[in-house]
Design a protein around this ligand. Sequence first.
Ligand SMILES: *[C@@H]1O[C@H](CO)[C@@H](O)[C@H](O)[C@H]1NC(C)=O
Ligand SMILES: *[C@@H]1O[C@H](CO)[C@@H](O)[C@H](O)[C@H]1NC(C)=O
Length: 193
Amino acid sequence: MDKFSIATVVLACVLTVCVGQTLSFGRCPTVKVQQQFDINQYMGKWFEERRFFAIFEAGMTCVSAEYTLQDDGSVKVNNTGYRWLTGKYSSAIGDAIVEDPKEPAKLGVRFSPSQPRGDYWVLETDYSQYTVIWSCTQLSRFLNTQFAWVLTRSPEGVSAPTMSRIYDLLKGYGINTKNFSTTEQDRSKCPGR
Ligand SMILES: *[C@@H]1O[C@H](CO)[C@@H](O)[C@H](O)[C@H]1NC(C)=O
Ligand SMILES: *[C@@H]1O[C@H](CO)[C@@H](O)[C@H](O)[C@H]1NC(C)=O
């Protein structure tokens, strides 16, 4: 690494990354997204079943996402989770857009107008049971930061064979599924559900 690359990485670390994200070496893996993505069928409520570590979700359980198509074609995003530390639910409201109509399964999402959009790529969904979401940012030639989520329509998740097929899909792209943790969705541990 030359001096400039090192400085860039260090700066990226200071600004965002080292604090809250997990760094991986090398290039973002090459992935395929869902073909013929139908955003209408994708709208509505989803429950977070698996996630990679993300600082903005640290300590959050009972996480759900609600997607609503707006008149202008953008998607309102409402992510809600329970923090056991405060004993309260809190929501992050954002919006997602399809950035290139030729690639409808590649969305960009942000939770503040001043933020750049983060990738929200739908790798695979059947709309009625599960969706697999991928986000990878190349920080430098040598480092990337990765997020993955499996959301399900039911808080009970999906069958073991379906989950194992999802893991196989990700492993096929060289994504480390060991980085997944399971999100608590048990009704008895999600107050008010
Ligand atoms: C977000 O979703 C939560 C949980 O369903 C709900 O209580 C809250 O009112 C929603 N917020 C907005 C702005 O839609
Ligand atoms: C995945 O786990 C490995 C081994 O624990 C770790 O080195 C790597 O940084 C993790 N990556 C992500 C994106 O969480």
